[in-house]
Design a protein around this ligand. Structure first.
Ligand SMILES: Nc1ncnc2c1ncn2[C@@H]1O[C@H](COP(=O)(O)OP(=O)(O)O)[C@@H](O)[C@H]1O
Ligand SMILES: [Mg+2]
Length: 227
């Protein structure tokens, strides 16, 4: 699922709601068939263990090695032996193609590599649901492609993923379903093909911002010569 929308449209807020970091004023949030909207903090803790977030800025701990970053949640949980954790960390790093960075510090890695370590960390946690906040923002086309491929490979493995993005290319590439939000409302829900075919001005305004209907949407005044 891709949640698409411009800056400030509320994408990160939705992820924080899903994680239970915010409580909604209205509506409800369901995870694997269970309504988790009104859970107490203690029960939310259990729910959160099933989810992992790939943060926009990758959010690695600068003072920890890649190994420690990726294994952090497992060490914290204290359920697995050190050997099992190390094995899981290696497998996760292998999946993102960064096994050889295991003893490096985050500062030694490029932005794209840090993003991939962020994904490895989410994978290592054993979460069933991965949430991504703008996973390709600020990356060059090659790194964008690498991240999108990783998302697709996880999709092929049956991992549930919610990807928040304002990047159309990522949305078209990875989505089964797209929800588009605009000014706090859902204005589209459907397939990537459906989005491309849509004639709604707010949607055209986003996917081809230079178009005539987009200009009308941006300046909806009779004084506007484009109106
Ligand atoms: N549904 C909402 N209810 C309350 N505040 C919202 C809602 N959606 C967005 N906001 C506020 O709008 C601002 C931008 O939202 P954010 O989720 O950071 O947008 P995005 O990630 O799409 O750029 C934040 O300050 C957030 O608190
Ligand atoms: Mg955001």
């Amino acid at each position: 699922m891709v949640i698409l929308g411009g800056s400030g449209s509320g994408k990160t807020t939705i992820l924080r709601l899903i994680l239970g970091l915010y409580r909604p004023d209205q509506g409800s949030i369901h995870l694997a068939g269970h309504d988790i909207t009104a859970l107490r903090e203690r029960d939310l803790f259990e729910i959160r263990q099933q989810m992992a977030m790939v943060f926009q800025g990758s959010a690695l701990f600068d003072s920890l090695t890649v190994r420690e970053n990726v294994g952090y949640r497992l060490w914290e949980q204290g359920r697995l032996s050190d050997e099992r954790i190390d094995q899981t960390v290696r497998e996760s790093l292998q999946f993102v193609g960064l096994e050889d960075t295991i003893d490096k510090m985050p500062a030694e890695l490029s932005g794209g590599m840090r993003k991939r370590v962020g994904i490895a960390r989410a994978l290592a946690s054993g979460a069933k649901v991965l949430l991504y906040d703008e996973p390709t923002a600020g990356l060059d086309p090659i790194n964008t492609c690498t991240i999108n491929r990783l998302i697709l490979r996880l999709k092929a493995k049956g991992v549930t993923q919610v990807v928040v993005t304002h990047d159309l290319e990522t949305a078209y590439r990875v989505a089964d379903r797209i929800v588009m939000i605009h000014k706090g409302r859902i204005i589209f829900e459907g397939t990537p093909e459906g989005l491309q075919r849509s004639t709604a001005p707010a949607i055209r305004g986003f996917i081809e911002p230079g178009s005539l209907s987009a200009e009308r949407e941006a300046f909806p005044s009779p004084d506007n010569p484009l109106y």
